[in-house]
Design a protein around this ligand. Structure first.
Ligand SMILES: [Zn+2]
Length: 362
C-alpha cells in the first residue's frame, strides 16, 4: 500500500534538496582575525601579535576579498621586508581593484607583514630582535617578535590558502631587476603548479631554486612554508632601492591579474609567458669586510665570468676587496648604498640555462 507522506515533509525535503544543490555552487563566508567577509564582499582587519617580555607586540593588517563562487584561496603577502614599497603599494591598489562580485574563490592580502620593520624603516632585519622575517618560518608562538609574526602568517594565512605569493623587491639598499624564484625541491605536483603560477605572474627571469628546505617544520622562507605544505608558492621581486616607482608597482598588479586568470578566479587578465629566461647556478656574493661598497655593474647587465661586481673599501678609501662574478650570467641585484657589514651581500648573479628542466649535477 502506498503511504503518502504529509505535505510538510515533502516540502521540507524539496527545500533541503534545493539548498544542498545551491550550496554545492555557493561560496561560504570567510572569517579570520575576528572579521567576516560574506560572499561577494571585501572585509579588512588586523591580526594582533601579543606583546612578550622584550617587545610591545605588533599588528598585521589584512584584507579578505571573498568571491561569489567557490575557487582557490590565493594569499598575497607584502612587506615581509619593511623597506620594500612597491609590493605594499600594489596591494593598496589591488584591494579595491579586485571586484569580489566577479571573483571565484578568495584573495587574502597581508598588507604589511613586518610592521615593526616598516615603521622603523629597517632593511633585512626586524628592529627589536635583529632577525630576518623571511628566514624564521614557520615561526614560533613563544619566540621573538619576528618568530611570532611568522607563526601568525603561517597559521592564519598560509594554512588557509591554496596558493601563496610572497611579493618582494630589492630592499632599501638593493638595486634590482625583476625576477621570481621557482622552488623545485617540493612535491612534483607542487613544483609544476608553482611553475605555472610563475609563468602566469609574468616576470620573465626565473631563478630555478634547488636549495630550499623540504621539511614543513623548518621551511625557513614564507613561500616555502606553502610549498612544504603541499600548496603552490612563489616569491617575486619587482622594484627596490627604497623607490615607489610606477613601473614596479604596475608590474605587480599585472602579475596578480595574470595569476587570477590562470587560476580561473577571474575571466579577464593577461596571458602567461610562453618563454622565460631560466636561471640555474646562482650566488649571493658577500663581502668579508665592513666599510663602504661601490657597485661596478647594474642590475639586468650581462657579465662575463670574473667580471668585477663590486669594490669594498675601508672608511679612508683603502681598497679591501674586489668581488667578482663566479659565472658568466645576469646581474639580478647589487647593493647600491654605501654601508656594508662583514658577511653581507653585495650583489646576486645567476647563470642562464637552456630550459626549466635544468638541475645541478650531484
Ligand atoms: Zn625582500
Amino acid at each position: 500500500m502506498h503511504i503518502r507522506r504529509p505535505l510538510i515533509v515533502e516540502l521540507f525535503t524539496l527545500v533541503f534538496l534545493a539548498m544542498a544543490a545551491m550550496s554545492a555552487h555557493a561560496q561560504s563566508p570567510v572569517t579570520m582575525g575576528g572579521v567576516t567577509a560574506a560572499p561577494g564582499t571585501l572585509a579588512s582587519g588586523e591580526f594582533k601579535v601579543a606583546p612578550r617580555p622584550g617587545d610591545d607586540g605588533t599588528v598585521i593588517p589584512f584584507s579578505i576579498i571573498n568571491g561569489t563562487k567557490p575557487g582557490p584561496v590565493l594569499a598575497l603577502v607584502a612587506g615581509t621586508h619593511g623597506s620594500e614599497y612597491p609590493p605594499v603599494l600594489a596591494l593598496q591598489r589591488l584591494r579595491t581593484a579586485i571586484d569580489p562580485k566577479t571573483l571565484s574563490g578568495t584573495v587574502l592580502m597581508v598588507h604589511v607583514a613586518n610592521m615593526p620593520s616598516f615603521l622603523k624603516r629597517t632593511i633585512y632585519y626586524g628592529p627589536t630582535d635583529g632577525k630576518n622575517l623571511n628566514r624564521v618560518f614557520p615561526g614560533k608562538k613563544d619566540g621573538t617578535l619576528s618568530d611570532r609574526i611568522a607563526e601568525v602568517i603561517t597559521r592564519e594565512i598560509i594554512e588557509r590558502a591554496t596558493h601563496v605569493i610572497d611579493i618582494h623587491c630589492g630592499d632599501g639598499n638593493e638595486w634590482l631587476r625583476p625576477y621570481s624564484y621557482w622552488v623545485v625541491t617540493s612535491a612534483p605536483a607542487v613544483v609544476e603548479a608553482s611553475k605555472q603560477m610563475g609563468l602566469a605572474f609574468g616576470l620573465d627571469h626565473i631563478v630555478i631554486d634547488t636549495e630550499r628546505p623540504t621539511s614543513p617544520g623548518e621551511s625557513v622562507y614564507l613561500a616555502n612554508t606553502a610549498e612544504t605544505r603541499g600548496k603552490s608558492g612563489l616569491t617575486v621581486e619587482s622594484g627596490g632601492w627604497g623607490q615607489t616607482d610606477e613601473a614596479s608597482i604596475a608590474r605587480i598588479e599585472r602579475g596578480v591579474a595574470g595569476v587570477l586568470k590562470h587560476l580561473k578566479m577571474r575571466a579577464e587578465g593577461p596571458d602567461p609567458l610562453t618563454q622565460a629566461v631560466w636561471l640555474g647556478p646562482n650566488e649571493v656574493l658577500r663581502t668579508k669586510f665592513t666599510g663602504l661598497v661601490y657597485p661596478m655593474v647594474e642590475p639586468g647587465q650581462t657579465v662575463a665570468k670574473g667580471a668585477l661586481i663590486a669594490r669594498v673599501t675601508d672608511f679612508h678609501g683603502k681598497l679591501l676587496q674586489e668581488i667578482r662574478s663566479p659565472y658568466a650570467g645576469e646581474v639580478l641585484y647589487v647593493v647600491a648604498t654605501p654601508p656594508i657589514n662583514e658577511g653581507e651581500p653585495v650583489g646576486y648573479v645567476a647563470e642562464r640555462v637552456s630550459g626549466s628542466d635544468w638541475r645541478p649535477k650531484k
